[in-house]
Design a protein around this ligand. Structure first.
Ligand code: SAM
Length: 261
């Protein structure tokens, strides 16, 4: 029998999930960033900043980061802003539309910093976008100092395969940071969170992005993602050492960290 996986609340053949996920992000790409601000009430910024703080890009040394499922470049822009002049980020995402929005965004940011007369804008040349599948990363072994993925891994059909690929492309001594929605563990907040997620977010999706179903998928997919301990175990199985995680905002989000040693 064909292998199956979750696509939100549905169970679909493994071979069909990626196409369904691609339809979601193709549909929402142009409104993706504004929707993130609205549905998280701006909190996604703090969560991503926490990832960048944990990444701790050096101020002087060269530093190369692969941002997997990096979408519109939100994490990449933050990494470059926090790092030194030799920080470089490659954003690799399977979705051409998300990548196109990201490229436009970085170009716009660069033009704006130039017009302000600032040093050619840190994003210039420091961020490269490319299309690629997390399950088969188009990079040589051990080619990055670090890898990140924010709110991307739960969309990948074969998560174990993607983790094996991250491990392969990070250099020995490099780290991997994964930010993902998790399970709320504060009594009371869990009910409120469910009410908000299942009612407000799809309604916002309908009004702002013209697509309630995609945002219903996003909410449902969060509920299907492994608990933090289970995901930490998956990272260890992929080869990562010293795996740790911290929960943020009552468990709404988990930040996992692991090292290739
Ligand atoms: N990391 C970005 C952020 O935090 O704003 C974007 C996250 S968005 C929720 C999920 C992203 O995962 C989408 O851009 C989607 O195209 C990408 N994605 C889904 N499956 C993928 C795969 N197999 N390989 C690479 N990217 C994938």
């Amino acid at each position: 029998m064909a292998e199956s996986v979750h696509f939100g609340a549905r169970t679909v053949p493994l071979t069909e999930k990626q196409e369904l996920v691609n339809d979601v992000f193709h549909s929402v790409a142009r409104r993706y960033d504004v929707m993130n601000d609205l549905m998280s009430l701006g909190l996604h910024r703090a969560w991503k900043d926490a990832l960048v703080t944990a990444l701790d890009p050096p101020k002087r040394a060269p530093f190369s980061v692969l941002d997997i499922a990096g979408g519109t470049g939100d994490v990449a822009l933050r990494v470059v802003a926090a790092g030194g002049p030799q920080t470089r980020v490659v954003v690799c995402d399977i979705n051409a539309e998300m990548v196109a929005v990201g490229r436009e965004r970085v170009e716009k940011r660069t033009r704006r910093t130039r017009s302000l007369g600032e040093r050619a804008g840190k994003a210039t040349g420091a961020i490269t976008f490319m299309e690629g599948n997390a399950e088969a990363l188009p990079f040589a072994d051990r080619s990055f100092d670090a890898a990140t993925v924010a709110f991307g891994i739960r969309n990948v059909p074969r998560i174990e395969q993607a983790l094996a690929e991250v491990f392969r492309v990070v250099r020995i001594g490099g780290k991997f940071l994964c930010l993902e929605f998790s399970a709320v563990d504060v009594p009371g907040l869990d009910r409120l969170y469910d009410l908000y997620s299942f009612n407000v977010i799809p309604a916002l999706g309908r009004v702002v992005a013209g697509d309630a179903d995609s945002y219903r998928y996003l909410v449902e997919s969060i509920r299907r993602f492994p608990r933090p301990e289970a995901f930490a175990a998956m990272m260890r199985s992929a080869g990562f050492a010293r795996v740790s995680h911290k929960l943020m905002t009552g468990g709404i989000v988990a930040l996992h960290c692991g090292w290739r040693l």
